[in-house]
Design a protein around this ligand. Sequence first.
Ligand SMILES: NC(=O)c1ccc[n+]([C@@H]2O[C@H](COP(=O)([O-])OP(=O)(O)OC[C@H]3O[C@@H](n4cnc5c(N)ncnc54)[C@H](O)[C@@H]3O)[C@@H](O)[C@H]2O)c1
Length: 248
Amino acid sequence: MGQLDGKRAIVTGGASGFGKVISQALAREGASVAVWDVRKEGAEGTAKTVEAAGGKATGVAVDVSDSASVQMAMAQSVEALGGVDIMVNCAGVMYRTPIIEMPVEEWTQVISINLTGMFLCCQAVSRQMIEQGTGGKIVNFASGRGVTGSVNSAHYAASKGGVLAFTTTLGMEVAPHGINANSICPGATDTPMMRGGLTEEQVQSRMSSDVPYNKRIGKPEDIIGPILFLVSESSKDMYGQTLFIKTP
Ligand SMILES: NC(=O)c1ccc[n+]([C@@H]2O[C@H](COP(=O)([O-])OP(=O)(O)OC[C@H]3O[C@@H](n4cnc5c(N)ncnc54)[C@H](O)[C@@H]3O)[C@@H](O)[C@H]2O)c1
């Protein structure tokens, strides 16, 4: 018996990093999972790993920054799963560019995916959960960078600060419907996003400086315990909160 037997979950950004291990973990606990990603083959690849381990999953191609695409993916997932009880929003991008060199197109892309995409996914799943009348759990990936700022990633920091404020508000708006919406801020973690454009030496020095207290570079799997808490009944009185895994 898993703690999520019979639950139906959507995980965005499920092709890679946090989203991949979360898709696998929710399925191990008994949930059927729709794995969303802009990289269709990646989403299907994660779904295959779930099925190979005896779980239930389907890969769904979606661009979270596109309203029509999100609505289509939601309809496809609801049909495949029979409804939605859990949504974990991991999809995101991060680039390293100083503000004075940043093209407005890059700024707009980061905000569109990380912040507008979060709004579109949360709006779609909240409407679905309210229509079902079953309540539900929503977990949004923010970042400590949304509080501290991030040199050479101002667009990323701004988008994640926006996710924190958005989720606080969402939590209050949907709580009356029995939906718990919260955000989570992982510490620096070894994923393709964090490694993008850095040498191994830069990764080691950046990650150590980003985690000054326990000096431990995170692995994506480290997030499984906190996520299972946020999608469980143990967190039923938490809404609009932010769970910081490491001090921002
Ligand atoms: N890795 C870290 O140290 C760290 C720290 C704090 C927060 N986060 C957050 O965790 C989340 C997951 O990041 P990760 O580190 O696993 O990175 P990752 O790059 O491994 O995963 C991000 C996934 O999002 C997908 N994606 C990108 N644009 C998309 C779009 N428009 N529509 C749908 N999917 C899209 C990518 O294809 C990828 O599979 C992100 O929101 C990130 O900001 C990461």
